[in-house]
Ligand binder design. Structure first.
Ligand code: FEO
Length: 167
């Protein structure tokens, strides 16, 4: 059984993951309209992964005798200045998510809920990967700068980068 404190923290995390999914969906849609098909595909897939992160939490809360709350979502931005600004926003967002996950882990220890603590370790590892991936992409983008040919190749590369990630 979950304590109220843990249930509230997990429901807060459900909101964060749902919001992340919506945020990346909006980025994906923007990239698609800009003709950046590789970037769009990467972000659509990332959005789906966030939805999976949310669902995993919903199922866990309910299976442990709690009640998951399906939240209302904020409207994400409709457009971005550049691909660079998209991935900068993505990294900033993921850094905040990591801080929130760490906070949930801390609450688990305070409440001596080792089952939830164990469950949350999957999210801890996932955040390390996601932040590292976002940093790699930003490094590539900073090498490219304003070079259109470079951006074209980057867009193509991103499809295979994400292909490897999901294997
Ligand atoms: Fe599910 Fe990217 O945090």
């Amino acid at each position: 059984m979950l304590t109220k404190k843990i249930q509230d923290a997990l429901n807060e995390q459900i909101l964060t993951e749902a919001q992340s999914s919506q945020f990346y969906l909006s980025m994906a849609s923007w990239a698609e309209t800009e003709g950046l098909n590789g970037v769009a595909r990467f972000l659509y897939q990332h959005s789906d992964e966030e939805r999976m992160h949310m669902l995993k939490l919903v199922r866990f809360v309910n299976e442990r005798g709690g009640k998951a709350v399906i939240p209302e979502l904020k409207q994400p931005p409709k457009k971005w200045e550049s691909v660079q600004s998209v991935f900068k926003a993505l990294l900033d967002h993921e850094t905040n998510v990591t801080a929130e996950i760490n906070n949930v882990v801390e609450i688990c220890l305070d409440e001596k809920d080792y089952t939830t603590h164990n469950f949350m370790q999957w999210y801890v590892s996932e955040q390390i990967e996601e932040e590292a991936l976002a940093r790699t992409i930003l490094d590539k983008l900073s090498l490219i700068g304003n070079d259109k040919g470079g951006l074209y190749l980057f867009d193509r590369d991103l499809e295979s980068l994400h292909g490897q990630e999901s294997e």
